[in-house]
Write a protein that binds this ligand. Structure first.
Ligand SMILES: *Cc1c(COP(=O)(O)O)cnc(C)c1O
Length: 388
């Protein structure tokens, strides 16, 4: 079993992907070729944001966003310690200071109620992460930002395709950033990312920063980076987009299969009403994680821990706050375990994973007490879309 089965995904879209790649090889515009603008238009339309600016990676998306906002040394940015390191790293790279605010125990997303006590006259922005594919509490966060004149950057590296009260992730705040790292819900075959905003001025700045702060050829009006996403990677995302909605449905089905067996029997990262998750990860919350992970591994089931150490306790960041800060993040870092997930995870595999997890945790299997078997996996009815 694969933790994330990229091979089956490629097999399912092979012709489309190969065709898109061949087209780029034939026209030869490897940098800023026509697929770049095509992808930006498609993604902007998908999210509803006015602008999409593709960039070299999700990390670069965060860095360029902070640069476009003019974040500088001495500034503070509120963020979560329970994320991939890139979230805080981008802030530090700009010479600014990440100020860590603890997470909500259920969703593991930034807790809005704890933000205001951390604001200072130096606070410039809030950077929530839509963790595991579920949007953060964006209305509450946006309301705080509006009250205090702050920008909000949604780190949507794991949540492209998710929705929140009828709007798409990446279009929920001043700026949204996503990643096309291969294992993300919408991935390419290398590095890639995108920034979304409906602010014309910010979008213009981002486009210049992406190419060395260049406003016209060899006229550098601001400090920038080499941050473009290459044409081949854009072509691959365009090919994968054809099947993306179907894949999201399959992810939801896989999660529902896990839910049917695990919900109420084992701790799970919580999901909120009025939003959808794209299940970048399906994450359980367990005691004795090491033992459970070993039992799953012995059964041939790969798992992962997102994330074993909260960012504020990482060696390079520990000086910014005390270890006692953010106790919920610390606790969840010791308990979370992500299960195999993806659009191509079969009903049988999901059943095996859930049954093995329950057994390792010493929890009775559904149906074992003679009650109706809730674990009966739903039948596959949704047919794969017919591709050209
Ligand atoms: C993956 C990820 C990033 C970084 O994306 P890259 O494309 O790998 O640079 C940033 N933030 C979060 C939350 C991520 O999961």
């Amino acid at each position: 079993m694969e933790f994330i089965d990229l091979k089956s995904q490629y097999e399912a879209s092979r012709e489309l992907i190969n065709h898109r790649i061949q087209t780029v090889l034939d026209h030869g515009q490897y940098i800023m070729g026509p697929e770049v603008a095509e992808l930006e238009a498609r993604l902007a339309q998908y999210t509803g944001a006015r602008h999409c600016v593709t960039v070299a990676s999700g990390t670069e998306a965060l860095v360029i966003s902070l640069m476009a906002l003019g974040i500088k040394p001495g500034d503070e940015v509120i963020t979560t310690p329970f994320s991939f390191i890139a979230t805080a790293e981008a802030i530090v790279l700009l010479g600014a200071t990440p100020v860590f605010v603890d997470i909500d125990r259920s969703t593991c997303n930034l807790a809005p109620s704890l933000i205001e006590e951390k604001l200072t006259p130096r606070t410039r922005a809030i950077m929530p992460v839509s963790l595991f594919g579920q949007p953060a509490d964006m209305d509450e966060i946006n309301a705080i930002a509006t009250r205090h004149g702050l920008a909000v950057i949604e780190d949507a590296a794991q949540s492209f395709g998710a929705s929140y009260r009828g709007k798409k992730s990446c279009n929920l705040s001043t700026i949204g950033c996503t990643s096309f790292f291969p294992s993300k819900p919408l991935g390419c075959y290398g590095d890639g990312g995108a920034i979304f905003t409906s602010d014309d001025q910010l979008a213009g700045a981002m486009r210049e920063i992406r190419v060395h702060g260049q406003s016209r050829r060899y006229v550098h009006t601001r400090i920038g980076v080499g941050g473009r996403m290459d044409t081949l990677q854009c072509a691959i995302v365009l090919a994968k987009l054809e099947r993306f909605e179907w894949e999201l449905e399959q992810r939801t089905r896989a999660a529902a299969r896990y839910d049917a067996m695990l919900s109420g029997r084992i701790g799970l990262v919580g999901r909120m009403p009025e939003r959808t998750s794209v299940y970048a990860q399906y994450t359980a919350v367990v005691e004795e994680r090491e033992r459970i992970q070993a039992a799953l591994q012995a059964a041939g089931i790969p798992t992962a821990v997102h994330y074993p150490v909260p960012i504020h306790m990482q060696p390079a960041y520990a000086h910014l706050s005390s270890d006692d800060a953010c106790p919920v993040a610390r606790e969840m870092a010791a308990k979370v375990i992500s299960l195999p997930m993806g659009p191509y995870l079969s009903a049988e595999s999901a059943h095996t994973v859930a049954a093995t997890l329950l057994s390792a945790a010493g929890v009775a299997l559904p149906g074992a007490d003679g009650a109706a078997d809730e674990a009966e996996p739903p039948r596959d009815t949704a047919a794969a879309p017919v591709l050209p």
